[in-house]
Structure formats: C-alpha cells, structure tokens
Design a protein. Sequence first.
Length: 139
Amino acid sequence: MKSFRKELWMNLPQRYGFVNITDEVASAVKESGIREGLVLVNAMHITASVFINDDEPGLHHDYDVWLEKLAPHAPIAQYAHNFTGEDNADAHMKRQIMGREVVVAITQGQLDFGPWEQIFYGEFDGQRRKRVLVKIIGE
C-alpha cells in the first residue's frame, strides 16, 4: 500500500467563510498516483472545518444563518472560553457542528462522489493562515 501527504494552506481575509477545495483535493489524488484507495481531508485547526455538501450559494447562506443561531459570535461574554482573552468560542462550536474531516473513496484515480457532492473548507475564525491535511492511502 502507498501513502501520500499534502498540506493545503488557507488564509481567509474575513472571519467566516466557505471555500470549495474539491479541485485541490482531486489534484492531490492525481499527484499521488493512487488509483484505488481513500483520501482523508482534515482541518488542522480547532476553529475550522472540512465537510461535504452541495456547492450552492443559497445553502451556504443557510449554513451561515443556522450556525450563527446555534452558536452566535456576540455577545462574546456569553462564553467562558472567551474569558481567557479569546473571542472565538463560537468558532470552536461551529467547527464541532460542521465536522473536522471527511473521507472519500478513490476509484480509478478519481474522487468517488455522489451527485452534487463537493469538499469544503469552513472557516469560523479567519484572518490568519491555517492548514488542511490531505492524506491518501491505497494502491
């Protein structure tokens, strides 16, 4: 069995947003030379997420609204975590909801998706550089 590792670097200028990283992950699969296997895509920061869903702007807007209702940013004093001098407790919770990682099958050298599926990086406390791990195993 072969393995391949690559890091993607993200730096969103805003605090919050979603980035479609499907093409970058597909490129890593091609670069790996692995034709049959699995790819793990993992947000390497505790206030960011990786998830799979549809690349539809209305859905992304709905996520924004829904996540803010579940874990509102303000007032920051509502969270004990923020008493440490941070203001990102909501980002930790949003990450927990949206997930840390995804695993996708690789079949004949391609990401093996269902209809409309795409891979996204979710940023909940941006404006600094963060990593996404792409780890591929197979043959």
